[in-house]
Design a protein around this ligand. Structure first.
Ligand SMILES: NC(=O)c1ccc[n+]([C@@H]2O[C@H](COP(=O)([O-])OP(=O)(O)OC[C@H]3O[C@@H](n4cnc5c(N)ncnc54)[C@H](OP(=O)(O)O)[C@@H]3O)[C@@H](O)[C@H]2O)c1
Length: 381
């Protein structure tokens, strides 16, 4: 199968190289921007790709919603298969693309859009055929995992850990989506769509690590706890609970062994029980390998990752509850149902009784809007 590639950046280059080396697949034309064409195989318009009758599939690795959506729709309307690594595109326009694909009989797959090289969506899409998925969760952002690991093992402060992640190419020049949890939130939304046929478009509660300090990390360590940024999606009475938040784990939890920029994704099937996948959640070849996995799925007859009746929903995080570790001003502690006071002073650290995820996130947003600083993390177990 001849495969065209839209975008020749980090992932596009990796996909092209892997296509050259993969039996049964061959690289086709590569779309680059006007004025950037340097190689004979590069083209500057989608039409040149669609005019090539030999092209059987198109891989999109440009990023952004437009023109990626328009190119995806035109590709599918031409009857060609479409594979993307672009989580923004799938989160915002994925349902429309799935409908286009069903109409034309072409495939629409996006395994690399959640977890990079970690085969979470591929396996979920297979598992839902024979099992009932009861939860999906994981460490889905490598940048924040790198920072958390560096802060814990090398005593780095937040700013130096972020700078190091940027120097190593893990964090974007603008790391906002990573550190606020937004990147992980988009990924868990896609996992919910594949696992439950419910794509949470709004209502996700999202807390990142941008309020974490080196003193917090030292305090976790003194208590034998490790912090990880966890995204979670579970069915919740016709909709889903979907949220991202820091979680504190005891030393025996597998999450503690997820070091550097690695990802770890889990799902729990009614019949399979817990399944865990760990690997590189980003990077040229891990991500390109996931794209190629989709292409080989197409060759084997796979056409969709989303169930045909997949619907957009508002997430509902009121039914999920956890005990939370909270660092906040001493005068604010009475706002929360405190179970244990861990430290005293102007700033206190407390463990709450179990409270709903939504309640905790709403409280933190309200406090910060009022100019009051706090950090919180769910306590696992
Ligand atoms: N990097 C990762 O580890 C990773 C992991 C998982 C998923 N992804 C996803 O993969 C996609 C690509 O990521 P990347 O890291 O490869 O990004 P990148 O290095 O910035 O590459 C994107 C390429 O697409 C080109 N491009 C953008 N718009 C275009 C247009 N309209 N026409 C032609 N070319 C266009 C860009 O050109 P210019 O440079 O001229 O803008 C750039 O060369 C994104 O959706 C990303 O979320 C990436």
């Amino acid at each position: 199968m001849k495969v065209a590639v839209l975008g020749f950046g980090t992932i596009g280059f990796g996909v092209y190289r892997m296509l050259e080396a993969s039996p049964g697949l061959e690289p086709g034309p590569v779309l680059v921007r006007e004025g950037k064409k340097k190689e004979p195989f590069q083209v500057t318009s989608l039409q040149e790709i669609l005019d090539d009758p030999g092209v059987g599939a198109v891989v999109e690795v440009m990023g952004g919603v437009e023109p990626a959506f328009t190119y995806a729709r035109e590709t599918l309307r031409s009857g060609r298969h479409f594979v993307t690594a672009n989580k923004a595109l799938v989160a915002v326009r994925g349902l429309e693309l799935a409908a286009e694909a069903r109409q034309s009989g072409a495939a629409f797959l996006f395994g690399a859009a959640c977890g990079g090289g970690v085969p979470l969506l591929h396996n979920l899409a297979l598992a839902v055929k024979t099992d009932e998925i009861r939860s999906v969760s994981g460490i889905l952002n490598g940048t924040t995992n790198y920072m958390l690991h560096a802060m814990q093992t090398r005593g780095m402060n937040y700013d130096s850990a972020l700078r190091e992640a940027q120097t190593l190419g893990y964090a974007e020049a603008d790391p906002t989506a990573d550190v606020t949890g937004m990147d992980a939130a988009r990924k868990i939304a896609l996992a919910c769509a594949v696992a439950y046929g419910l794509l949470p478009e709004g209502g996700l509660d999202c807390e990142g690590i941008d309020h974490l300090s080196a003193r917090d990390v030292a305090d976790f360590q003194s208590r034998g706890l490790t912090c990880r940024l966890i995204a979670r999606g579970v069915p919740a009475g016709g909709t889903v609970a979907a949220y991202v938040e820091p979680v504190l784990f005891g030393a025996a939890a597998p999450e503690c062994s997820v070091t550097d920029n690695y990802n770890m994704a889990r799902y729990e099937g009614r019949f399979s029980g817990p399944m865990v996948f760990m690997g590189q959640g980003a990077g040229r070849y891990p991500t390109a390998s996931s794209v190629l996995r989709d292409l080989s799925g197409i060759q084997a007859g796979q056409r969709a990752m989303l169930p045909p009746d997949c619907a957009a929903v508002q997430a509902d995080n009121d039914r999920e509850s956890h005990a939370y570790y909270v660092r906040l001003g001493a005068d604010r502690a009475a706002d929360l149902p405190v179970d244990r006071l861990l430290s005293q002073g102007e700033t206190v650290r407390v463990i709450t009784k179990p409270i709903s995820v939504h309640q905790m996130h709403v409280y933190a947003r309200k406090e910060r809007r009022a100019g009051r600083e706090l950090f919180f993390a769910a306590v696992e177990g």
